[in-house]
Design a protein around this ligand. Structure first.
Ligand SMILES: O=c1ccn([C@@H]2O[C@H](COP(=O)(O)O)[C@@H](O)[C@H]2O)c(=O)[nH]1
Length: 279
């Protein structure tokens, strides 16, 4: 399997930079006329697959909304992932996993080993047990052409309390995470496979992402207030590595298939102008 970074580059060049989050909130299920139960979530996901699987580069299912329904939710997630991948999309599972290294190895096996049922192309990870504790995930990603996106500067207002805290060497916690990720991408040809999560809502924080080498997952757009134009200000030196992610803003256009398609195409066009990307 080619490296995740190369696969992501090719997918974004072919289908545009937009990553669509699959977050079946109870409110969205109601707005789509669906029940807040496994049957409703299954119908919701099927509509997303039918509408968008063949035209969006990356889907980001939010694990929490499937975990709500236990084993039924896991089955729906597995089936949705399989159908999206069959249609040529990449899957980035937003599960924000992190633990001591020996447990991280099990998470890595669950999500990044192609022979496992919940196999995805990439996963989000939490570095707050130390970036080094995620080493088994980086190794598994490297072995199988997978990707890992490590939380660095999240889109929520509570994030800075931890992420802007200073280390004895004067760097922020976030900058030290970004610097460790950068090291993991050294020597990768093109876009690396280890990315960072940086929200579109962070404003001007003075963090240096110029040496990252890997992709940047950018949530916080749309429903949380971030706009495509904010990307130019936050990522001046990394625009081609930005993977902008929208969940509620896109999903709010459903359940009509044509409206979902129009919305993704409109956002992709806005993003391509903001990022100056090809397609
Ligand atoms: O910093 C972060 C990290 C992850 N998220 C996740 O992204 C989506 C955002 O959904 P919207 O509807 O587009 O606001 C959601 O799954 C979050 O858990 C984030 O928002 N910020």
């Amino acid at each position: 399997m080619p490296a995740f970074g190369a696969r992501l580059r090719a997918a974004m060049d072919m289908r545009g930079p937009l990553c669509v989050g699959i977050d079946p909130h109870a409110q969205l299920l109601a707005a789509w006329g669906l029940s807040d139960d496994p049957a409703g979530v299954a119908s919701f996901c099927q509509i997303v697959v039918d509408a968008l699987a063949d035209r969006v580069a990356v889907f980001k299912p939010q694990s929490a909304f499937f975990e709500r329904f236990g084993s039924s939710g896991a089955q729906i997630l597995e089936s949705t992932i399989r159908q999206l991948r069959e249609a040529g999309a990449l899957i980035l599972l937003d599960a924000k996993r992190g633990d001591i290294g020996s447990t991280v190895a099990a998470y890595a096996d669950a999500y990044l080993n192609p022979s496992m049922p919940m196999y995805v192309d990439a996963i989000t990870a939490s570095p707050f047990l130390g970036v080094g504790s995620l080493a088994p995930m980086f190794a598994e990603a490297h072995r199988h052409g997978g990707g890992v996106f490590v939380l660095a500067l999240t889109s929520n207002k509570e994030g800075p309390e931890v992420q802007h805290a200073r280390l004895p060497d004067g760097r922020t916690v976030a900058q030290s995470i970004i610097d460790e990720i950068s090291q993991l991408n050294v020597g990768e040809p093109g876009l690396g496979s280890i990315g960072a999560v940086v929200g579109a809502t962070i404003g001007d924080t003075g963090h240096d992402l110029s040496g990252l080498g890997g992709p940047i997952l950018v949530p916080g757009l749309g429903a949380q207030g971030g706009k495509p134009d904010d990307l130019r200000a936050i990522f001046p030196g990394n625009l081609s590595a930005v993977l902008p992610s929208y969940s509620r803003e896109v999903l709010g256009a459903g359940p009509d298939v044509a409206s979902l398609r129009r919305m993704t195409s409109k956002i992709n066009d806005e993003l391509m102008i903001a990022l100056g990307s090809p397609k």
